[in-house]
Design a protein around this ligand. Structure first.
Ligand SMILES: [Fe+2]
Ligand SMILES: [Fe+2]
Length: 196
């Protein structure tokens, strides 16, 4: 079994468990992790990053959330500890393991990325949100209690995500980002501004 197969199996098992205990039946793998893996590998190819490190980082980046360990606030730290245990169990070489752990630890903003593999995982995490807008709305309404009428809160939610992207991915993604913001908020913004 390759290390990717081994880790993917662990992630899918954790996902099944998560799904069973999720009151809203949120399929974390389907809605998020698999999209991050796909985006991260595309960036790895484009930026010349190590594909295996990037794929492992993407598979494991939210492992603490998926395993319901700790809080969202510290899920990058707990996730790195879980990743450490799993990769050690597999017998993955220490130098490469360290690079995967870096991807998990620094995934919450690409501004924290220390190398190209970390940047690919951090950026892919953000891009996956823009590719699954319904999930963003769902989690914002349910968990963050953003109200439907609160346009400024919504705009800052997406702007924050945009700001966390690396400069090189911003260049690549800018047009799509502007289109998304225009579709989501263009009319609302005009309405909002005309009332001000
Ligand atoms: Fe995360
Ligand atoms: Fe994530």
């Amino acid at each position: 079994m390759t290390v990717i197969e081994y880790i993917k199996d662990k992630v899918l098992r954790a996902n099944r468990e998560y799904l069973e205990h999720s009151p809203e039946r949120f399929d974390f793998w389907e809605q998020h992790i698999r999209l991050v893996v796909r985006e991260a590998l595309a960036l790895a190819d484009e930026y010349g990053a190590d594909r295996e490190i990037v794929e492992l980082g993407a598979l494991l980046h939210d492992m603490a959330l998926l395993s319901r360990v700790g809080t969202r606030q510290d899920h990058h730290i707990n996730g790195a500890a879980i990743a450490d245990r799993l990769l050690t169990e597999y017998g993955y070489p220490d130098d490469r393991k360290k690079r995967v752990l870096g991807c998990v630890l620094h995934h919450r903003s690409s501004q924290n990325a220390e190398n190209i593999e970390e940047l690919c995982v951090g950026d892919a995490d953000i891009l996956s949100h823009f590719h699954n807008i319904p999930m963003c709305f769902n989690s914002a309404f349910r968990s963050s209690r953003i109200s439907t009428g609160s346009v400024d809160e919504w705009i800052s939610y997406f702007e924050q995500e945009w700001n966390d992207l690396s400069e090189r991915t911003k260049v690549k993604f800018r047009q799509r980002y502007e289109n998304i913001m225009d579709v989501l908020f263009g009319a609302l913004k005009e309405d909002w501004q005309s009332r001000a």
